[in-house]
Design a protein around this ligand. Structure first.
Ligand SMILES: C[S@@+](CC[C@H](N)C(=O)[O-])C[C@H]1O[C@@H](n2cnc3c(N)ncnc32)[C@H](O)[C@@H]1O
Length: 307
């Protein structure tokens, strides 16, 4: 069974003679917070947050989700915006390692999934190199929420036999993508971080043979109260991307024609958030659902190990 997030941190061990034993090593949890709506947080992410001593988060994580961490947990915002890097990636890696070496349970909370354009791999590598225990908790990536809310499947019999997630961001010049492969029909191409390069992406795809009439969907702020969708075509993508301010995805492919672009119905209600709040209010540790489906009591932490 996969390891479960910590629930109860034991106080530091005090040895006879009054000297405090060296603090046990902590651990780093790379946790996917999903696309924004707290209802899309997983139980495992919730449990990890509840066991956090410190939460290191980026700018895409909502306050509502951050508020699920215990009030004693310190919050560190390492938000990255395209032109304003609050903390370089190397410094984030070092920070995570230093906090864990100091004996803390560190939750590194990231928008969507940590391993999908989230640089989670680099943070994991830094932990491994430093001998720090590192666990990964998957999250709902933005494309899944965007597709679900719009009712536009990423794969669909007869019109999308494959889906490819790419980045539209390029440190220098243009994104290094296989335009010929992406231009083939009968597949969905989802572009993360592609708003500012929407014109170039459309141009390259059309030059490589994808029809200008291919449906294209832009979803801004997927799963949030201000979610906005624009259905256009590949040739209209650049124009439609103008005015997009929040995080957004460009989704190109025949199946995107199925998108419903009316305002989304309220996504939250008598759902997971209320259940989570109920669990907190009851002041009892929520049970953990194991991959096998059975309920198990929350794990106890001893000396940095999760039993
Ligand atoms: C650094 S990537 C992080 C992706 C994240 N790890 C994930 O799995 O969704 C940031 C990009 O993800 C996309 N994104 C993240 N949250 C989004 C949301 N709620 N709605 C639309 N796009 C989103 C945008 O393209 C944004 O520029």
């Amino acid at each position: 069974m996969a390891r479960q997030p910590p629930r109860n941190r034991k106080p530091g061990l005090v040895v006879i003679g009054g000297t405090r034993a060296r603090r046990a090593l902590g651990a780093v949890w790379l946790v996917g917070a999903g696309p924004g709506d707290p209802d899309l947080l997983t139980f495992r992410a919730f449990n990890a947050l509840r066991g956090a001593d410190v939460v290191v988060h980026d700018g895409l994580v909502s306050e509502e989700i951050l508020d699920l961490a215990p009030s004693r947990a310190r919050r560190i915002n390492v938000a990255k915006r395209k032109s304003r890097h609050t903390l370089p990636q190397d410094d984030i890696n070092q920070l995570l390692v230093a906090l864990a070496l100091d004996g803390l349970n560190v939750v590194r909370l990231k928008g969507g999934d940590p391993f999908l354009f989230g640089r989670g791999g680099e943070e994991q590598a830094a932990c491994r190199e430093a001998g720090v225990e590192c666990h990964v908790v998957p999250g709902v990536t933005a494309a899944l929420a965007a597709s679900a809310n719009a009712g536009a499947p990423l794969t669909h019999r007869g019109s999308a036999q494959a889906v490819t997630f790419v980045t539209g961001h390029a440190a220098h010049g243009e994104p290094d993508l296989d335009w010929t492969a992406l231009a083939r029909p009968n597949q969905t191409v989802v572009v993360y971080m592609g708003v500012s390069t929407a014109g170039l992406i459309a141009e390259r795809l059309m030059a490589a043979g994808r029809a200008g009439s291919t449906p294209a969907l832009i979803v801004e702020n997927a799963s949030r109260a201000d979610e906005r969708r624009v259905l256009t075509t590949l040739s209209g993508l650049a124009e439609a991307a103008q005015g997009v301010k929040g995080p957004a995805l460009l989704m190109v492919g025949e199946a995107m024609a199925m998108a419903d672009v009316r305002s989304p119905p309220p996504l939250t209600g008598e759902g997971g958030r209320e259940a989570a709040e109920g669990a907190l209010a009851a002041e009892r540790a929520p049970s953990v659902i194991s991959p096998g489906g059975e309920l198990t009591p929350p794990p106890l932490r001893r000396g940095g190990e999760f039993k």
